[in-house]
Design a protein around this ligand. Structure first.
Ligand code: ADP
Ligand code: MG
Length: 320
């Protein structure tokens, strides 16, 4: 493996007596998307701030783009772009003026700054709005402007802190597409999110952060495999058939009386499916629909982040 774009070892950070990061290790391969997934307050923003040199860790070591955070912070800063959880856009000035301000901060010569700003505004579909005060932009437009501003310095490593929180579904998909394009262009992206679906959709690897620690790390598939047991779902249209089936499977099924569906722990193997079908045959009932579900990231997340959460062997619907 080549040197990771981001590598952290034993990062710790406390505010007062509150431990926010309690020994965090991360390795993000170059040219990949890495999702730091965790609920509110998990320490995601703190981790991003440390790795982007905005805050110093109490302990631990990290390199970003091969540069040590402690000794080479200015080199790290030159290699990265950061889009914070809270917008860096100045609403009082126009989109173009925001961009030119960033170009100045990066000491781009005037003409080059203007060219870069214009190109990025075009790329993020903001040309028509470029002359309007950013305060008039929609949430999705502001977020696109934020990312455009981050890209002015042409960073190879990009930190996106909750890039889609608060966006409507269309803007969210738009942002996903932007992130995919950044990576297709060779950038490395570390994003934070509270959304499993987003991590599943975008990330090559996911780390689940909870209580200041990484409680699981791997590809989306690896994380899903850590959780035992999928389930089969039987759907009926005839209430009588539904009742017969739920009686026959009384010991095994969680029922949803309104939807006329039964959920039965089942690993989806031929053996377990046949056993289920045999029991239905013996009871003389036929389901209108049988579907097999592998555990999804929701199951993983709940199992990993809430110690009182039942493992999926205990179905979510009420158990009879
Ligand atoms: N500057 C700070 N001073 C005191 N506490 C902080 C500060 N920044 C973050 N925290 C606390 O650290 C915890 C983690 O915060 P944060 O990293 O923002 O989590 P996340 O981004 O995952 O929601 C929270 O309990 C938060 O209140
Ligand atoms: Mg945050």
């Amino acid at each position: 493996m080549t040197n990771p774009a981001i590598a952290a070892n034993g990062l710790r950070k406390s505010y007062g007596d509150k431990v926010v990061l309690d020994g965090v290790d991360l390795a993000v391969p170059e040219g990949t998307v890495f999702a730091l997934l965790g609920p509110n307050g998990a320490g995601k923003t703190t981790a991003v701030k440390i790795l982007s040199t905005l805050v110093t860790a109490d302990a631990g070591r990290a390199t970003v783009a091969g540069h040590d955070l402690d000794h080479d912070a200015h080199r790290v800063r030159a290699a990265i772009g950061v889009t914070g959880q809270f917008s860096a856009v100045d609403g009082l000035i126009t989109g173009l003026e925001n961009m030119l301000l960033m170009a100045d901060l990066h000491h781009l010569p005037k003409a080059e700054g203007r060219r870069t700003a214009t190109e990025l505004l075009e790329r993020f579909d903001l040309t028509a709005a470029a002359g309007k005060p950013a305060s008039t932009y929609s949430g999705g437009m502001k977020r696109r402007l934020d990312i455009a501003m981050t890209l002015v310095g042409n960073p190879r490593i990009i930190f996106l802190d909750e890039p889609t929180t608060g966006l409507d579904p269309r803007s969210r998909h738009n942002m996903w597409q932007i992130i995919r394009e950044l990576v297709a262009d060779g950038a490395t992206v570390l994003l934070t999110t509270q959304y499993l679906e987003e991590a599943d959709e975008l990330a090559d690897r996911i780390a689940v952060l909870n209580g200041g620690k990484i409680v699981a790390e791997g590809t989306p598939d690896q994380l899903k495999r850590q959780i035992p047991g999928g389930h089969a779902r039987l759907r009926f249209t005839d209430p009588d058939a539904y009742r017969s089936a739920s009686d026959a499977l009384r010991d095994a099924a969680a029922r949803d009386d309104e939807a006329l569906t039964l959920r039965i722990a089942n690993d989806g193997s031929q053996r377990e499916l046949r056993a289920l079908l045999d029991r239905l045959d013996a009871a003389g009932v036929e389901a209108d629909e049988l579907t097999v579900h592998t555990p999804d990231l929701d199951d993983v997340f709940f199992a990993l982040t809430d110690p009182t959460a039942a493992l999926p062997a205990q179905p979510k619907e009420h158990v009879r």
